[in-house]
Design a protein around this ligand. Structure first.
Ligand SMILES: NC(=O)c1ccc[n+]([C@@H]2O[C@H](COP(=O)([O-])OP(=O)(O)OC[C@H]3O[C@@H](n4cnc5c(N)ncnc54)[C@H](OP(=O)(O)O)[C@@H]3O)[C@@H](O)[C@H]2O)c1
Length: 472
């Protein structure tokens, strides 16, 4: 993908074809292929219809595509994560030569990306793990792109990646964020934050709908208004739209004909797993993952309602309070996402630039929001303890709005509305504002049953409690 490298794309599904059209649209030549050969002429026709087929070459197989491409080559894979990526790499390695690059642009597990980087580099080739966010529309018109690989690999692909990426005030929302798995890890955390934000929004909707009795259209209007303020974001914008949409078949609000069982492909869960593994619990993201899992148990929940009875009662919360509760929840879930990124960056020696990461997320991706510009600036200032929530502008917002989150969670709990993400956000804030918590009791218990020892407040380590004197 340097001036001289030829560019190929394998996997003409939803994301692959959109990204391919975007690449052609920006004036680059492109070779394409797909597992099922019939998708290739269909794509060529689509490109022709858009006046973009001039620099396009379609091949019936990956082998034919590689043969048609003059070296050096850079081949983007847009296939499902896991086995399809491995089998495609296994096919490609013997076909490629020194100077060629494989770019995995799917949602791969960063650990697999690390292993594949080693394997592909051992074969004398270059490997890039590239997170792409923005869905089909983003891929077509400008996604947010998170690149992992060597600086040299980045330099070679940079012109095309920057050209096809989203722009925020003219600046590309694409960057090299570290070696091997760093790009895919940042994408994973992006999706974890996405899960949290979607859950927070859904909970606020639930309080308006089932607590205040508002109609979806009324709630949609409120979200539409919020999109103009500090909550301005893609997710708030589309929530406003989906809530005001009508099902053409029944004339009911569109959301009212949708089964409330949330799907998930794994990236939110990976974020929660990695956070726990690193000892940096991301409670809001974990709550969102758990809520999706529980939502899928439709039959069990119906039985639960039969047995226990539904207990959602009316609540009295204003739009302003719910707005502020959502804003605080969002700030805290971003903060948790960045804490995980920081921990992973230290563990894997990635040196991820947090400010750049926030900037790359400002446009093109699903979690894009006006808040991310403030977050990028916060990371460029001196952060007390390195913590985003201690950045002065965010402290001011949290101080001004956290009472609204407390009122919201209190009202929800009192009146029987499940708000796991909002409650986890409040729990996180309350934990982080108390110098002394309750883990002294845990340490005493651990010492009591397992002689694990504890640190005394004067700093002496490996101390034991009087219960062992008694036992002796
Ligand atoms: N959809 C999104 O919004 C989104 C957003 C960001 C990232 N992603 C990631 O992008 C990647 C592609 O997603 P998508 O939504 O474009 O999927 P998709 O529409 O289902 O397309 C999958 C593509 O992969 C090919 N494929 C499937 N199994 C294969 C195998 N074993 N070997 C070779 N090729 C295989 C398919 O070929 P056939 O035509 O032969 O089936 C098709 O071209 C995934 O990693 C996904 O997680 C998706």
């Amino acid at each position: 993908m340097t001036d001289t490298a030829t560019l190929g794309l394998y996997g003409l599904g939803t994301m692959g074809s959109a990204l391919a059209l975007n690449i052609l649209d920006k004036g680059f030549g492109l070779y394409v292929s797909n597992r099922s050969a019939k998708a290739v002429p269909a794509f060529v026709d689509e490109a022709r219809d858009e006046g973009l087929a001039e620099r396009l070459t379609g091949s019936d197989s990956l082998e034919d595509m590689v043969k048609a491409m003059p070296a050096p080559r850079a081949i983007i894979l847009m296939v499902p994560s896991g086995r399809p990526v491995d089998s495609t790499i296994d096919t490609l390695i013997p076909l490629l030569e020194d100077g060629d690059t494989i770019i995995d642009a799917g949602n791969s597990d960063f650990r697999e990306t690390r292993a594949r980087t080693a394997k592909v580099e051992d074969a004398g080739l270059t490997y890039i793990g590239m997170g792409v966010s923005g869905g089909e529309d983003g891929a077509r018109h400008g996604p947010s792109i998170m690149v992992g690989g060597t600086p040299e690999a980045w330099d070679a692909v940079r012109p095309v990646i920057e050209a096809i990426s989203a722009k925020f005030e003219g600046a590309p929302c694409a960057d090299h964020l570290g070696p091997d798995g760093a790009g895919h890890f940042v994408k994973t955390v992006h999706n974890g934050i996405e899960y949290a934000d979607m859950q927070l929004i859904a909970e606020i909707y639930g309080l308006m709908r089932y607590g205040r009795g508002d109609t979806p259209a009324e709630i949609g209007k409120v979200f539409e208004g919020w999109d103009d303020g500090p909550l301005g974001s893609y997710l708030v914008e589309i929530t406003g739209k989906v809530l005001q949409a009508t099902d053409t078949e029944t004339g009911k609000p569109a959301v009212d004909v949708i089964l409330d069982a949330a799907g998930q492909k794994g990236t939110g869960r990976w974020t929660a797993i990695e956070a726990i593994r690193m000892g940096r619990s991301a409670s809001i993201i974990e709550a969102a993952v758990a809520a999706r899992a529980l939502s899928s148990e439709v039959g069990v929940r119906a039985k639960g309602e039969d047995i226990f009875g539904a207990c959602r009662a009316a609540i009295d919360l204003s739009d302003e309070i719910l707005h502020d509760a959502l804003l605080v929840g969002r700030i805290l879930s971003y903060a948790q996402g960045f804490r995980i990124l920081k921990a992973a960056s230290e563990e894997f020696d990635w040196s991820i630039d947090m400010a750049r990461t926030a900037e790359v997320w400002r446009a093109g991706c699903i979690i894009r929001s006006v808040l991310l510009d403030d977050i990028a600036s916060a990371f460029r200032s001196d952060l007390p303890e390195g913590e985003l929530i201690f950045a002065p502008p965010l402290v001011d917002r949290l101080k001004a709005a956290s009472l609204a989150l407390r009122k919201t969670v209190c009202a929800a709990a009192t009146h029987g509305h499940a708000t796991p993400a909002l409650s986890s956000a409040l729990f996180f804030l309350d934990t982080m504002r108390h110098a002394r918590g309750t883990a002294d009791v845990i340490q005493a218990q651990r010492d009591f049953f397992g002689r694990h020892g504890f640190v005394r407040l004067d700093g002496r380590e490996d101390q034991h409690g009087p219960w062992w004197d008694d036992a002796g």
